[in-house]
Design a binder for this molecule. Structure first.
Ligand code: DAH
Length: 354
């Protein structure tokens, strides 16, 4: 009995985990455990022997059970301690920074413009920002040496030494997408093309990269009247108030006749307010697509006609959201972005209001 006692108490003390402990329990006091087997021997003993051995065996059994229970509790406590160690958390630490972006006003306004014009049946078209001089100029009736080429402060791409083909350009306007969609889809057409354009220019209202949206509608009997209606509807929806427009005769190589469009605004107190007052602000160029442009796009000008317009998106954003300096749009100043940016959840829709 002393041997059993020493053996099991020592092993219990050393048990590494609850599984080992359970094994020891079975080996000692389980049905076929060593202590239990000894208890079965009691029946074979004389009454005197049994009186001595019985209580001793019972005491041994109790002692082992108590050791098992104590060890079990100790193991559980150690496991909890270990877990608390790994799951330790300093609740006094400041919260971790969570980067939170905003939607840039240019993106927001692009979505607004697209939502309004898509509702009128215009599909969105796109073209490359690196454009051949044919698409950017020639096809739009701006031949070589035409003053418009220099007026646009074009960025030219480099050509390899000895390559004498005309260089590609960073598109100076979204108008080349007119040609691309004519060639791709033929007439009739109703598209807009929002996108980046480039000119070597830099001041409070000019940056070397800016954004335009081009509009093009071609069908059998489209007229300036349709153009005027579309633009007036557009401006009123965009600014959320009735906006008067003024069409001024102008000249673009790719339209005939051409018109520059002003919107009504007041300049009181150094603040521009669209849709009130009797001042005017020029916001876009437009006109009836020139027959030569239709031809360049593979469309027969004897059969089809249409209007086109080109508008500055950044300009629209400045006017609508009261942003004074265009250059700040592209400085990536986080304070500016947080102030003028939009929530990603504020998706512009006509039904939700713009
Ligand atoms: N492409 C012209 C520019 O960037 C804007 C423009 C004027 C576009 C008249 C047109 C248009 O489609 O008809 O200055």
């Amino acid at each position: 009995m002393d041997d059993l006692r020493e053996k099991y108490l020592a092993r219990i003390a050393e048990a590494a985990d609850e599984a080992a402990l359970e094994e020891l329990r079975l080996a000692a006091v389980g049905k076929k455990g060593e202590v239990s087997l000894q208890m079965r021997e009691l029946g074979k003993m004389s009454a005197e022997e049994r009186q001595v051995a019985g209580p001793k065996l019972n005491a041994l059994k109790d002692e082992i059970n108590a050791a098992l229970a104590a060890k079990k509790a100790a193991l559980e406590e150690a496991a909890l301690d270990a877990r608390l160690q790994t799951e330790w958390l300093d609740v006094t630490l400041p919260a971790r920074d969570r980067p939170r972006g905003t939607i840039h006003p240019v993106s927001q306004v692009t979505e607004e413009v697209t939502a309004i014009l898509a509702d009128m049946g215009f599909a969105v078209a796109e073209g490359p920002q690196i454009e051949s001089d044919w698409y950017n100029f020639d096809a739009l009736n701006i031949p070589d040496h035409h003053p418009a080429r220099t007026e646009m402060d074009t960025f030219y791409m480099a050509r390899a030494d000895g390559d004498n083909r005309p260089p590609h350009v960073l598109r100076t306007h979204t108008s080349p997408v007119q040609i691309r969609s004519m060639m791709e889809n033929g007439a009739p057409i109703r598209i807009i093309c929002p996108g980046r354009v480039y000119r070597a220019d830099y001041d409070q209202t000019h940056t070397p990269m800016f954004h335009q949206v081009e509009g093009l509608a071609i069908d059998k009997d489209i007229s300036m009247a349709n153009l005027k209606w579309v633009l007036e509807e557009f401006f009123s929806a965009f600014f959320g108030t009735a906006v008067k427009t003024r069409f001024r005769a102008s000249h673009f190589p790719f339209t005939e006749p051409s018109a520059e469009v002003d919107i009504q605004c007041s300049f009181e107190g150094g603040q521009v307010k669209v849709g009130e007052g009797d001042g005017w602000l020029e916001v876009l160029g437009s006109g009836m697509v020139h027959p030569k442009v239709l031809q360049a796009g593979g469309i027969d000008p004897a059969e089809w006609q249409g209007f086109a317009f080109g508008m500055g998106i950044d300009r629209m954003a400045m006017l609508k959201y009261g942003i004074p300096d265009l250059r700040a749009f592209f400085d990536s100043d986080l304070r500016w972005l947080r102030h003028y940016g939009f929530s990603a959840l504020q998706v512009p829709t006509l039904h939700g209001g713009l």
